[in-house]
Ligand binder design. Structure first.
Ligand code: S3P
Length: 210
């Protein structure tokens, strides 16, 4: 008698194990502007068959204006309060993958909420990569300074000791996005399922910083 073919949903995979272990928690991406949180987050969500949420986009939708407009009209402290509220709301809507704005994890109450409701991944990028990526767009109010390179350096120095509190760290660099996504899957599997990813999933993984 032929073996019954398992249905697609029943095939064991690291993604399915991660989903089961996540429960209602989110995967939250933190890190500097230009680290690839939205790009990687969108692809990671697709791999995990989870909704993708972008905190910056949600803030703009809630405010009915762009982030540069919020900074210009209301100032950074107002933006930060709105950002903390929006992220608190989004953290109630798991499971999902959430990309956060680069400054949001600096707020202690946000870190606490992320810790309660999510597994966090710091996408760690160096200053050169960040500069190359952010100079393509002029929509980051914090970088509209006389010396954006110095500003990025200062922000990295201030923020990296805090980003280090994320549960997992993956090096964001100039490799295909799928490679970074694969490393996120491997790291999530290791963290949530208590094992290294099975060999078939590990093929092609570069081994992120953990
Ligand atoms: C900021 C990062 C931006 C946006 C705002 C402030 C920051 O988001 O929230 O311009 O403080 O680093 P991205 O990290 O998605 O660029």
């Amino acid at each position: 008698m032929p073996e019954p073919t398992p249905s697609a949903g029943a095939i064991p995979s690291p993604e399915a194990d991660i989903l089961a272990a996540l429960g209602t928690r989110l995967v939250v991406l933190v890190g500097m502007m230009g680290a690839g949180k939205s790009t990687i987050g969108r692809r990671l969500a697709a791999r995990l068959h989870l909704p993708f949420l972008d905190a910056d986009a949600e803030i703009e939708a809630a405010a009915g204006m762009t982030i540069p407009e919020i900074f210009e009209i209301h100032g950074e402290p107002h933006f930060r309060d709105g950002e903390a509220r929006v992220i608190a709301r989004l953290l109630e809507s798991g499971p999902a993958v959430l990309a956060t704005g680069g400054g949001s994890f600096m707020r202690e109450e946000t870190r606490r909420r992320v810790n309660d409701k999510a597994i966090s991944i710091w996408l760690k990028a160096d200053a050169d990569i960040i500069m190359r990526r952010v100079k393509r767009r002029a929509d980051r109010p914090l970088l509209q300074t006389a010396d954006p390179v110095a500003t990025v350096g200062r922000l990295i120095d201030e923020r990296e000791p805090v980003y280090r509190h994320a549960d997992l760290t993956i090096a964001s660099r100039d490799v295909p996005h799928e490679k970074i996504v694969e490393e996120c899957i491997e790291a999530l599997y290791g963290r949530l399922c208590g094992e290294v990813a099975p060999p078939e999933a590990a093929a092609g993984i570069m081994g992120g910083l953990r």
